[in-house]
Structure formats: C-alpha cells, structure tokens
Design a protein around this ligand. Sequence first.
Ligand code: NAP
Length: 310
Amino acid sequence: MTVNVLFSARPAQWPIYEPLIRQGLTEAGLDFHLSTDIPADQVDYVVYAPSSGLTDFTPFTRLKAVLSLWAGVEKIADNETLTVPLARMVDSGLAEGMTEWVVGHVLRYHLGMDAHITGQDGTWEPAPPPLASQRHVTILGLGELGEASARALAALNFNVTGWSRTQKDIPGITCLSGPDGLRTALSQAEIVVLLLPDTPATENILNADTLALLPRGAKIINPGRGPLINDDALLDALNAGEVGHATLDVFRVEPLPADHPYWAHPNVTVTPHIASETRPPTAAQVICENIRRGEAGEPHLHLVDRTLGY
Ligand code: NAP
C-alpha cells in the first residue's frame, strides 16, 4: 500500500527537502507519495515545521506520526488535536552547528576578545587570559545539543558542569541534577549556556533568584529558548553589573521587536535565532528512517514525551 507523506513546512524548504526525502524513501524500499498537497484523510505521516501554520490535526484521520523538522517542539507538544506519536528532530548536523556556535561564543568570553576587537585605541596593557582549565562553564541541559557542546568544551580543557532533569554520567563533565544541583551548577558558573527545551518546568529558570546565584560578572549564552529567561530580571542583573554580558539567540517574541531594550544594551549581543539549524541532508535521513520504522512496525526514534513537553 502506498505511504502518503505530507511535507508541511515553509514553502522554500520543499525544493531542498523533496529530492532528499524522495531518495531516502526510495532507498528504504517504500511505495510512497510525497507532496505538499494531500487530502488530510489520506495522510500517513506529516513532515512538520510550525512555520507551515498547520495546527489542527483533527482531519488527519489515518495519521500514523508527525515528524518534526525542529528540535524544539514547544509549539506542537501541547496540541490536543494531535493524538499520534510526535518525533522531534535529532540531527547530527544540527548538533555540529550548535557545538560550533557555543564553543565560539564561550571562547569570545573566555579570551576577552571584545576588549581587543573594539578597544584598538593605542593602549598597550597586556592581560593574558587564563587557561580554559581555569574557567568554569555550566551548561543547563545535557541532551543532544547540550552534551555535544559540553564534550567539545571539555575537550578544550574547560571545567564543564552540566545540569539535567535526570542524572547523567558523562566522562570529563561534572553532571548534576535536581534543585540542589542547579544551585551548585550556577554558583560556580563564570559562563552559563542554556540548552534546555521550553516547557512549563523550564520557563524562567533564570530569574532574579537563580541569577543571584551566579558569580558577579558571569556571562550568559542562550541558544535554547527565550522563555528560559525572565527578561526583566536579566536586564536588572545586567544593569547592576551582577551579570557581565549576555549573548541571546532566542526570544519570547521573534523577530525581537526593534524597541526591545536588548538591542541597545551595551552588554547584550543579539543574534537572530541562528545558533544552529536543521541540516537537510542529515535531517532527511532521520525523517526517512522514522517512516521506515513506522512501516516496519518498529518503534520511532526521538519520540517526544508529551507530558514533559520535550
Ligand atoms: P534534548 O535532547 O531534549 O535535551 C534537553 C535537555 O534538557 C535534557 O538534558 C533534559 O534532561 C534537560 N531538561 C529538560 N527539562 C528539564 C528540567 N525541567 N530540568 C532540568 N533539565 C531539563 O534537546 P536538544 O536536542 O538538546 O535541544 C535543546 C533545545 O535547544 C531545544 O529544545 C530547542 O529549544 C533549542 N534549539 C535551539 C536552536 C537555535 O538555533 N537556537 C536550534 C535547535 C534547538 P534529561 O536529559 O534528563 O531528559
């Protein structure tokens, strides 16, 4: 029987993904119909991005699974019209890109690059940076992206602490969990990287109380999601010098409104949600493998726990 696969993402993505998914499903030996336009009651799988605008899954009466192109699934995880399995994107290309972005921004802070890039005024005051082994970096979230970033930083000799919901054991990384673990992780963090998902349990995880745990002048890097940070509390901490600088890639409202105080703040770097993106060649393989598994009666990869929201 033909497997009907609906591609529901930004139209610009279709010409990029279409040949890759077609090739993958052909290699999987499936008889399939892949299109951006299939009657809802005939669709078996939806390859999905929230940018498609699809929110009502009620008419998809024979749907077997929704396969997200995005790693973050907060826009769909609590969708009550969705009653079939939801898989999120775990993509080696996405992890590679995030690792590079995180390492780059950690090194910017660690080496104090800004002082030399923006301070070329004839002053000769050598202040060599410490070694990475003398620098404490904390990563909140030790999932696909957090662990990859933590391992890369540890390979550069940074003192890396990671915090997650369940306890991990990763060589070379101090792994913590639970409320006490969060306090310990933040109290020693000269640089904090947020790689948590946006869920009810993680919203405002950085707030006035938790920001106060950081050593004075700590740096914050957020490539996770905007709602992880209470923005007013962060601005207060920046203005008081308690937080030294923040590099923010994600925001509660995107694009970040032109009048948002982050844009003009001297101690904030805004990047436009570019920390990492799903890479079509590797992501298409993940999508096709999940369809193959579904058709073979095997469990899907990377399923979202809808009660936890990630
Ligand atoms: P993931 O594999 O699901 O990992 C999430 C991590 O967060 C896990 O370690 C998890 O703990 C931990 N966590 C979740 N809830 C928690 C809680 N309440 N308390 C403590 N730890 C908690 O996700 P991922 O693939 O690494 O992606 C992380 C996030 O990055 C995504 O959700 C998305 O928001 C963001 N992202 C951003 C970009 C960008 O360009 N800016 C690109 C891709 C993704 P356990 O390990 O115990 O489950």
